[in-house]
Design a binder for this molecule. Structure first.
Ligand code: NAI
Length: 215
């Protein structure tokens, strides 16, 4: 499979995790081959959209055969960088931090959680699964000593920027931010914000739209 050298648009990149998730579901059901029409039906993108998306990376399908699910899954995994480990830490071991730590699938996908950090002495020393909650005073030393690449921010919004600044100064490369705050980072740092409330408010809009079509 050859990749094209041209830059792939963010819109395509944003769709790849969905392909990856559906292909994983197919593999779990032991489905190894799928037509572009059927893939389009289950995933909700048009067959032409799928062809266009995958052509950005050199194309995967074969005329008259469709897609080889396992090959496509592996290739999209490679494109998404899910072929190696990313050592990670969570900062803020409260409700959300602990929920993320308890979810083992992120670890299976390569995001290895090495430690959690908090300022609350009642939490320091506890373990979530096998991961210890450490004093946030040790954050910088831990990141440097353990080559941590990813910081997951789960602190209150008022502490989000200072937490990010500390992570960046210690050498982190990427931030997964859950705090409802627009963190500023230098160009060489990647940041991905997650806001469940945005999705929830979309649901709220749709509920009202469909329940009150006359309004
Ligand atoms: P929480 O209060 O249960 O946990 C926050 C933790 O951060 C506490 O354990 C606290 O001791 C710790 N903390 C405070 N300052 C710190 C610092 N400087 N360094 C290290 N630890 C520090 O709050 P919860 O519910 O877990 O929410 C955490 C963050 O995630 C909040 O900013 C919240 O708004 C956000 N959130 C975001 C969601 C999303 O969809 N993006 C969904 C739910 C929460």
């Amino acid at each position: 499979m050859q990749r094209t050298s041209q830059k792939v648009s963010m819109a395509v990149i944003r769709r790849l995790p969905k392909y990856y998730r559906y292909l994983e579901n197919l593999l779990n059901k032991e489905i190894y081959r799928i037509s572009s029409k059927e893939l389009s039906r289950i995933i909700g993108f048009t067959a032409s959209q799928i062809r266009q998306d995958l052509n950005c990376f050199g194309g995967f399908g074969q005329q008259g055969y469709g897609y080889n699910v396992e090959e496509l899954y592996k290739e999209i995994g490679k494109i998404l960088g899910l072929v190696r480990e990313y050592k990670s830490v969570i900062i803020g071991a409260g409700n959300l931090g602990q929920a993320i730590a308890n979810y083992s699938d992120f670890q299976r996908k390569g995001f290895k959680l090495k430690a959690m950090f908090d300022i609350n002495p009642k939490l320091i020393g506890l373990k979530i699964r096998d991961v210890e909650i450490l004093d946030v005073d040790n954050l910088e030393d831990f990141i440097k000593e353990n080559d941590i690449e990813v910081g997951i921010i789960c602190v209150p919004f008022s502490k989000a920027q200072e937490t990010a600044d500390r992570l960046i100064a210690a050498g982190i490369k990427g931030i997964w931010n859950f705090a409802p705050f627009d963190i500023k980072v230098p160009d060489n740092i990647v940041i991905e914000n997650v806001h469940l409330s945005e999705s929830l408010f979309t649901l709220s809009y749709l509920l009202n739209e469909y329940n009150n079509p006359e309004d």
